[in-house]
Design a protein around this ligand. Structure first.
Ligand SMILES: [Zn+2]
Length: 410
């Protein structure tokens, strides 16, 4: 451990800075509950709902704080007690190739992280979400989901990781090849995920013939959006929180509505929500997010390449040789502040897109049904009625309800 190593200082300041920034944001956000709500929001959120939302937010915040404190403590203790150097020597003893060792080390650390996060996730689902009436997941489904998630990560992420390590091990233009591979992978996943991966977790069934199906198809036709399939997803098996999504490239668009959404909303509201989702496609939001994501990952791989060439980078973590796989893990620590900064950009873009999709839905169906739907969703989900700007900035992919309603009224 050396305070003269710039990588060491960068990693330490970054990790501690992020931790404290999150704490400040959390406290400011909870303090918002003590301020009176603007009139627009008072009409939607009863005093009782505000109080309940405040308790829900504070319980979730306490758990998050506990989780981030524990994870920071584990990381710093492991780092400063020479854990990474030990991992380097231990994995070198496996006698595997650099790529095999890299995949092994990263897989092992991800598994450990998964196991350590288990009690926090379980507490969230079975204690907090259950207390507020959201949870519908059984212990069996919870465990099965986790195992399926791990297997998928290993099956899809393992070969991708091996390929990336191989590029960095053998290719002069590793950054370019890695970037192209990740770009291709993201595009393939956008296609594969709703068709092959989501059905592993959720059950898709065609929406029954009837007025709702006809209205949704008519709306899609009116907006010149070629829908081939409308399905219902059994989201209610896990949570009472509602959701909607759309997927598809080219001429094969699929709409999937969570059964919980259909349960709670009127036909006019569902049409407005569908119009909003179609708005995302019409305004080309998905490719824009993809491009921004690829620019970010290009920068990340470039910096990764620079870090992997530096002895000081490894030395900052007490690692004496330059093992590739461990290098990726250490880089994720150094990179976390940059990742946060770039995340601000993509959530700002996403919030902008939400306004645009809302405007599209307003033009298609009028403002009222969407506003009614948004109000219902916020109240039902016990969303923070008036989140602090710092929290919105850091974490919100959607603008707060007050801003969306104001934009729809305007
Ligand atoms: Zn949206």
């Amino acid at each position: 451990m050396t305070f003269s190593n710039p990588w060491f200082i960068a990693a330490l300041v970054g990790v501690l800075g992020l931790f404290h920034l999150e704490i400040i944001a959390t406290f400011l956000n909870l303090a918002q509950f003590r301020h009176a709500l603007p009139q627009r929001l008072k009409d939607i959120f009863s005093d009782e709902t505000v109080q309940k939302a405040g308790e829900y937010a504070s319980q979730s915040a306490k758990l998050d704080l506990l989780r981030s404190t524990a994870s920071l403590a584990v990381m710093i203790v492991f780092w400063w007690s020479g854990g990474f150097g030990w991992l380097e020597r231990w994995s070198a003893g496996w006698g595997w190739s650099a790529i095999q060792t890299g995949v092994g080390v990263i897989g092992l650390l991800m598994l450990v992280q998964n196991v350590l996060s288990l009690p926090f996730d379980a507490w969230d689902t079975f204690k907090i979400e259950a207390e507020y009436g959201f949870n519908r997941t059984t212990v069996g489904t919870f465990i099965k989901d986790r195992i399926k998630g791990l297997l998928l990560t290993a099956l899809l992420g393992g070969p991708l990781l091996a390929l990336i390590l191989w590029f960095f091990q053998t290719q002069e233009h590793a950054v370019l090849y890695t970037w192209l591979t990740v770009a291709g992978f993201s595009i393939v996943m956008a296609w594969v995920s709703p068709r092959l991966l989501m059905p592993l977790f959720l059950k898709f069934q065609p929406l029954n013939d009837g007025p709702l199906r006809e209205a949704l198809l008519a709306l899609a036709a009116r907006l010149k959006f070629p829908v081939v399939d409308v399905s219902v997803v059994d989201g209610s098996r896990r949570s009472s929180k509602a959701n909607a999504f759309l997927s598809g490239f080219g001429k094969n668009k699929r709409i999937a509505l969570f059964d919980t959404l259909i349960e709670k909303h009127t036909q006019a509201e569902l049409e407005a929500i569908l119009a909003h989702e179609i708005g995302h496609h019409k305004c080309r939001h998905v490719p824009q997010q993809l491009v921004l994501g690829l620019l970010e990952s290009g920068l990340m791989f470039y910096l990764l390449h620079a870090a992997l060439q530096s002895h000081a980078f490894f030395a900052a973590f007490g690692v004496s040789s330059m093992p590739l796989g461990l290098g990726l893990v250490l880089f994720s620590i150094v990179y976390s502040p940059a990742s946060l900064l770039l995340g601000l950009l993509s959530s700002a873009l996403s919030r902008r897109h939400e306004f645009q999709a809302d405007a599209f839905a307003k033009a298609a169906c009028g403002a009222d049904p969407l506003m009614a739907g948004l109000k219902k969703l916020s109240v039902d989900h016990l969303s923070h009625p008036n989140p602090h700007a710092l929290t919105v900035w850091l974490h919100y992919s959607h603008p707060p309800i007050g801003q969306r309603l104001a934009a729809l009224e305007g």
